[in-house]
Design a protein around this ligand. Structure first.
Ligand code: FAD
Length: 300
């Protein structure tokens, strides 16, 4: 089988990005789309074009209608123009990859890293997702690791060195079996491709119910352990990838749609993961929105 062309999942419109208030791998340091939207032109349902906000970094006049439209999924109007706050280009990133023999060690390392600094990326892959990616890309990932962390620093000069040193030490202090730090952009990018490939790689194993639950960072270890317990209790495969620096996880519940019992257990697990997140003061969706699938879990 030919691996999917990465460019096929790297394209979206700016209007769609703003309408979904999309996030991703770099939000831990840079925030989400709404943090960069200064102004909008929107066409309302009666055909009126209105301008909200504008090219001003600070603007305290009136209610923030711009924020209301960001993430409104086309329900309030069609976005026809966007004024964005731009950042200066960042220097090339340094990348850290660490593997752990237990998921608890990995999540504890995340808490230690985020207590000290904001990396440009802090991502998590569990054993199931590591193996799915390894099956697809054959890049020599550690198939026995319980979890892998992928972190990046794009700070300048000495600051980058200090951030990398601090993250390496945090991983080692929490029992990492291997820690690799590199400032080679190509080597670092290969690991980011591995992380970005996780969803298509896991989708090769069956139908996937994609979760999006998030919790306050201190509750991250409990969330990860709870998801493992749900997978074991329901005898379903759950691959866990996560924007761990944000406490936002994507449990991927894999099942065979031809097996009615497996499909039913997957649905139960899907609900139990959201129940767990709610119990931990979390959210049923950190990025993807509610939709029909999650409407029943939406609390006031
Ligand atoms: C609620 C939601 C949240 C998402 N969050 C993330 C995320 O955090 N990270 C991530 O990587 N992906 C996320 N996605 C996937 C998302 O589809 C893509 O990230 C992408 O940004 C959407 O762009 P698109 O051009 O493909 O939009 P489309 O898929 O074409 O549209 C997506 C939504 O935006 C509306 N829309 C599109 N263009 C406009 C416009 N000009 N004016 C008004 N409404 C418009 C559509 O009606 C639709 O509701 C999310 C999807 C949804 C539905």
């Amino acid at each position: 089988m030919v691996p999917p062309d990465p460019s096929s999942f790297e394209i979206c419109s700016i209007g769609g990005n703003v309408a979904t208030n999309a996030g991703g791998l770099c939000c831990v340091k840079y925030g989400i789309t709404t943090d960069y939207v200064l102004g909008l032109e929107v066409v309302l349902s009666d055909g009126t074009a209105v301008r909200l906000g504008g090219p001003r970094l600070k603007d305290a006049a009136g209610l923030s209608l711009t924020k209301l439209f960001v993430g409104s999924e086309g329900t309030l109007g069609i976005i026809t123009e966007v004024t964005l706050r731009l950042l200066p280009a960042q220097p090339p990133s340094s990348t850290l990859v660490a593997t752990f023999a237990s998921t608890r060690q990995a999540t504890d390392a995340v808490l230690a890293i985020t207590a000290a600094l904001r990396p440009a990326m802090l991502e998590y892959m569990d054993r199931v997702s590591i193996n799915a990616v390894e099956d697809m890309l054959h890049m020599g990932l550690d198939r026995d690791a319980a979890a892998m962390l992928l972190a990046r620093s794009d700070s300048r000069h000495l600051a980058a060195e200090l951030e990398m040193k601090s993250m390496v030490e945090a991983c080692q202090a929490h029992g990492a079996t291997e820690v690799l730090a590199t400032d080679d952009p190509a080597e670092g990018e290969a690991f980011v491709v591995a992380r970005r490939s996780a969803i298509p790689a896991v989708e090769r194993r069956g139908t996937v119910l994609l979760e999006d639950v998030g919790v306050p960072l201190p509750k991250l270890p409990e969330l990860v352990a709870g998801i493992e317990a749900i997978a074991a209790a329901r005898a379903v495969t759950i691959a866990l990838i996560a924007h761990v620096g944000d406490g936002n996880t994507h449990p991927l519940i894999v099942f065979d749609p031809a097996d009615a019992d497996a499909a039913a257990r997957a649905q139960l697990a899907f609900g139990e993961v959201m129940d767990l997140a709610i119990r931990l003061d979390g959210t049923i969706t950190g990025e993807h929105g509610v939709g029909r699938l999650k409407k029943a879990w939406l609390v006031d």
